[in-house]
Design a binder for this molecule. Sequence first.
Ligand SMILES: Nc1nc2c(c(=O)[nH]1)N[C@H]1C(S)=C(S)[C@@H](COP(=O)(O)O)O[C@H]1N2
Ligand SMILES: [Mo]
Length: 319
Amino acid sequence: MNCGHCSWDLPDSAVTPEAFYLQRREFLRVFGLGLAASALLPPRISAESVTFNDSLNASYKLDGVKLTAEDLIASYNNFYEWGLAKDQPKELANRGWKTRPWSIEIGGLCASPRKIDIDELIQLLGPIERRNYRHRCVEAWSMVIPWDGFPLAKLVDLAQPKPEAKYMKFTSFFDPANCPAQRGNGFPWPYTEGLTLPEATNELAFLAVGLYGKPLRNQNGAPIRLVVPWKYGFKGAKSLAKIELVAEQPKTLWNHLAPNEYGFYANVNPNVDHPRWSQKSERGIGAGFFSGKQPTLIFNGYEKQVAHLYADMDLRKNF
Ligand SMILES: Nc1nc2c(c(=O)[nH]1)N[C@H]1C(S)=C(S)[C@@H](COP(=O)(O)O)O[C@H]1N2
Ligand SMILES: [Mo]
């Protein structure tokens, strides 16, 4: 029973389908070393100055939907800087990689650029709110995650885009001294992503600094990551070092690696299959083998909030 087109059969607990065509052996060489020998360190979370209120935004409660368990969200990850297998980031991103103190640069075509400490930025953009969002990976698995953070639109306001700014570009950390994969495993690091400005200022676009009321763990993209719940998970760049306003559509890491498989828009859509598998259904992580399979929702269930952004667009062409 291995149909290769059914999402059910995706080998996503082994090597991720997103990276299927990459140099697997090179990755195993880089990430496979010393795994068994070293003791596992508990995740290190320290963010004394961040307060998480019990501040669930009522518009994003997802009534009747069950949240994915915290330990699953923290142990089943895609974070290729720290390994291709789902269980590697929780170990390899917690062997001394420091995500505080951390500064983030806000720049490009804006009137108010700055380089700022993450906790100062949180003070500026707070209070922190809670949103329960569906999370759908292009590999056809899904979760429901209670994020803590703030709307990306608040950061756009802070930056004050110039009229020529049409897109936002997101760049993850680049730290080859501490991240073996970034010393040359074939990926064009750092990880980059992008949104149009109307997408970035949509009410759903979110910057997460925590989940389940705790600062983000390293494997989930500490100290700050993008969350755009109507799009496939790869749009949500982790551990952001830079956010820029730009005039042209930014080239993203996945566009660059496989433009025919991972488009710029990457809106969740049951009617547009991935070239190597169907997107008609998805598997809820932690939901159980038989109850876990569920239909994919257009825009991941957020049609009401975002469909207008794509009203004049052919979603097959602009996938
Ligand atoms: N920097 C960086 N960001 C990233 C990734 C990555 O490999 N590197 N993986 C993406 C993918 S494919 C997904 S599905 C989500 C996974 O987020 P999670 O591990 O918190 O569920 O992060 C996205 N952001
Ligand atoms: Mo993903």
